[in-house]
Design a protein around this ligand. Structure first.
Ligand SMILES: [Zn+2]
Ligand SMILES: [Zn+2]
Length: 422
């Protein structure tokens, strides 16, 4: 939402809202940095076993968790008794060593998640109570984020010496002063901030966001710095105010009564304004719709015109194509006919020539056969003649022979026989 407004006629109340938003913006600008650094702390404190809940790792009784007066009943250890674990005790020891005051907020943390979740380590450096259900840096509030940076000694290595000197809990420590801004704004009795105070707040917050060497180069911190300077000069925006009110509700931050009332009123005003905005939006939407419709109609007309034109071109092209195709087909047919005719003629002449050659061959063969037959017949006749003559000769020869032999034999038996034969 781009609309900005002076929601309240009172300048100082507006300043108070700006201060609230400024704290939120700063917290968001610090989130990336905090996550990155807590991951380093997570590595430094070492790995836990992953099974021990925090109750196992705390002796009973331990102040302020256990009820020292009632010896036989401890509300902290009612479900889990103390049970030493060398691995987790080592991590716990390292967490204590990293705590500026040696008093980690054990009630906030779930030790069984230490191994996997750096935020469960980070929660040990939060204020003692009220953060156990906060599951990430992003969900945490401004006070929580600054408290971790103050309480965890690791941040001495990544914040400038100037930011932490004099060291906490000295009220003159710049980071302590930043935390104090949060407290002053939340616990206000009148929800008013003077121009001078607002300027001072924003200067301190901007200085922290531009702290060398780390934050100075952190993209989120750079963006936050820019937003702070815009916020200082521009009216409060709906968007940021809405976000502030939503975040304030979610984080359950501890506000003064007056602050809570002012926030609730702002929420109402915002609702009314939002309603007004919605009406304007509706009107705009209606206008937009109409414009869209008329544009759509115009577009449709143009599209139709174009379509018609394209169709006509397509038709004429198709017609031309068809003619071309017909011409080609006609020529093709003629050529085919010519070729066919030519082919037929060639086949016919070839066939004729073939037939003639076959006839000639047949005639030759027949003549050859005839002469062969004649020749054969003559030869057979001659052979037969020869045969007959030869048979006759043999027959004559053998008759004479036979007769003479019979004569000889017959004269041996009866002289008349020889005569009979003759
Ligand atoms: Zn106990
Ligand atoms: Zn363990």
């Amino acid at each position: 939402m781009a609309a900005n407004t002076h929601l309240f006629g009172d300048k100082e109340t507006n300043n108070w809202f700006k201060a609230c938003i400024g704290l939120n913006v700063t917290k968001e600008g610090l989130t990336n940095f905090l996550c990155a650094e807590l991951q380093k702390v997570h590595i430094v404190v070492g790995n836990s076993c992953g099974n021990c809940p925090i109750e196992n790792l705390i002796q009973c009784p331990t102040n302020p968790y256990c009820n020292i007066r009632k010896r036989n009943y401890c509300p902290f250890h009612k479900s889990q008794k103390p049970q030493p674990c060398p691995i987790c005790d080592n991590v716990k020891h390292n967490i204590i060593l990293h705590h500026r005051y040696g008093r980690p907020s054990w009630r906030n943390t779930r030790a069984e998640k230490w191994a996997l979740n750096y935020w469960e380590i980070g929660k040990c450096y939060l204020p003692p109570d009220g953060y156990s259900s906060i599951s990430s840096v992003q969900e945490s509030d401004f006070n929580g984020v600054i408290s971790i940076m103050l309480n965890c000694l690791h941040f001495q290595t990544c914040l400038s010496p100037l930011c932490l000197s004099p060291p906490p809990p000295d009220k003159q420590c710049p980071l302590e002063k930043v935390r104090q801004i949060g407290r002053d704004v939340r616990h206000t009795s009148d929800c008013k901030v003077t121009d001078a105070d607002l300027q001072d707040y924003f200067k301190k917050l901007s200085t922290l966001l531009a702290d060398p060497p780390c934050l100075q180069q952190d993209p989120s911190a750079i963006i936050a710095c820019k937003r702070l300077s815009d916020l200082q000069n521009d009216p409060v925006s709906f968007e940021e105010l809405g976000k502030l009110l939503k975040d304030a509700k979610k984080a359950g931050e501890c506000f003064s009564e007056k602050a809570e009332r002012t926030l609730a009123e702002a929420l109402q005003t915002l609702d009314v304004t939002t309603l007004f905005g919605e009406q304007r939006l509706k009107k705009k939407t209606e206008v937009g719709k109409q414009r869209l419709q008329s544009k759509t109609k115009l577009g449709e007309h143009r599209l139709e015109r174009k379509t018609t034109f394209c169709e006509q071109r397509l038709q004429s092209k198709t017609k031309y194509g068809e003619q071309c195709l017909e011409n080609k087909a006609f020529f093709g047919e003629q050529r085919l006919q010519r070729k066919t005719q030519h082919g037929e003629e060639r086949i016919k002449s070839k066939a004729q020539y073939g037939e003639q050659r076959i006839e000639i061959r047949i005639n030759k063969a027949v003549q050859c056969l005839d002469s062969n037959v004649n020749d054969g017949t003559q030869r057979i006749e001659i052979s037969v003649q020869h045969g007959i003559e030869s048979i006759e000769r043999i027959a004559r020869g053998s008759k004479q022979n036979c007769t003479s032999r019979l004569r000889t034999r017959g004269s041996r038996f009866s002289p008349s026989f020889g005569e009979t034969l003759q």
